[in-house]
Design a protein around this ligand. Structure first.
Ligand code: ARG
Length: 247
C-alpha cells in the first residue's frame, strides 16, 4: 500500500489526527458568557459548554486545553490553527458560516434586552428602544451588536469588550439597555438586576449556538455530530443542562 497525494492531503487536514497526535483538544473560548463559559475563583473555566467540551476531550482520550481569547479573535485563531475548535457559545450566522463549519446546534437562544428601571413606563418592547434618545450597549463582535445595528438603527450604540462591563453600564444608568443572548441576561438580571433593571425576556432573534471548526474536514464534523447526538440522548447533556440552567 502506498498513499497517494490526496490521502496525504486529507491526513494533513484531519483535525482528529492532529488532536490525537498532540494528545490535546485546544478549545477557543471567551470567558464571561454565563452560563456557558466563566472563570471560577481558582481560575478554572467552568460552565455548560466547558462541561460539554471536557466531555468531548474525554471521549477522544485527550487533554482538554482551554484557550481564552477575545471573541472577535476566535475565528482568526481557528483559521490559523491556534485552536482545534470554537467552544464559545457562537451563534451560527450565515456570514460566519461562509468562513467556518459548524457542528449541529447545541442549544437555541435569541437576543433579549436588559433595560434600566427608569425606562419602565416607556419601553414595552425592544422596538421602543429604536430612538436616538437611547444608548444601547452590547459586546464587541457578537450577534448582540449586529442585532442593535440591524434592528435598532436609530439608537446610539456603544460596544464593550466584556459582557459584564456592558451590563454594568446599564445598571449604573450610563446606558439605557443592553441587547444580548437570553441566558446571560437572565442570569445577570437574577444576580444583580433587582430594583435596577427590567428584563425584556422574549427573544427577538433566532440563534442556534454551535461548535465551529475549519472547513473541509468532514471527519471531525461527523465525530462531533455523533458525539452530540449521543450525549443528548444518554443523559450527559441533560445532567449538564440541569446543573447550569435549572439551579
Ligand atoms: N452568541 C453570541 C454570538 O455568537 C455571543 C457569544 C459570546 N460568547 C462568548 N464566549 N463571550 O455572537
Amino acid at each position: 500500500f502506498s498513499a497517494n497525494a490526496s490521502d496525504i492531503d486529507l491526513a494533513k487536514k484531519s483535525t482528529i489526527n492532529s488532536i490525537l497526535k498532540r494528545g490535546e483538544l485546544r478549545c477557543g473560548l471567551d470567558s464571561g458568557y454565563m452560563p456557558f463559559e466563566m472563570t471560577d475563583k481558582n481560575g478554572k473555566f467552568v460552565g455548560f459548554e466547558m462541561d460539554m467540551a471536557r466531555e468531548l476531550a474525554k471521549a477522544m482520550g485527550v487533554k482538554f486545553v482551554p484557550v481564552n481569547m477575545s471573541f472577535d479573535g476566535i475565528i482568526p485563531a481557528l483559521l490559523t490553527d491556534k485552536i482545534d475548535i470554537i467552544t464559545a457559545g457562537m451563534t451560527v450566522t450565515q456570514e460566519r458560516n461562509l468562513k467556518i463549519n459548524f457542528a449541529d446546534p447545541m442549544i437555541v437562544v435569541g437576543q433579549t434586552a436588559l433595560v434600566n428601571k427608569k425606562l419602565k413606563d416607556k419601553i414595552k418592547s425592544y422596538k421602543d428602544l429604536n430612538s436616538p434618545e437611547y444608548t444601547i450597549v452590547s459586546k464587541l463582535g457578537t450577534t448582540g451588536e449586529q442585532a442593535v445595528k440591524r434592528l435598532l438603527p436609530k439608537a446610539q450604540y456603544k460596544s464593550f469588550e466584556t459582557e459584564t462591563d456592558a451590563a454594568l453600564e446599564v445598571l449604573n444608568g450610563k446606558a439605557s439597555a443592553m441587547v444580548y443572548d437570553l441566558p446571560f441576561c437572565a442570569i445577570f438580571m437574577a444576580e444583580q438586576g433587582k430594583g435596577k433593571l427590567f428584563f425584556l425576556d422574549k427573544p427577538f432573534t433566532y440563534e442556534p449556538l454551535a461548535w465551529g471548526i475549519r472547513k473541509g474536514d468532514p471527519d471531525f464534523i461527523n465525530f462531533l455530530n455523533n458525539f452530540l447526538t449521543q450525549t443528548k440522548n444518554d443523559g450527559r447533556y441533560q445532567k449538564f443542562y440541569k446543573k447550569w440552567f435549572e439551579s
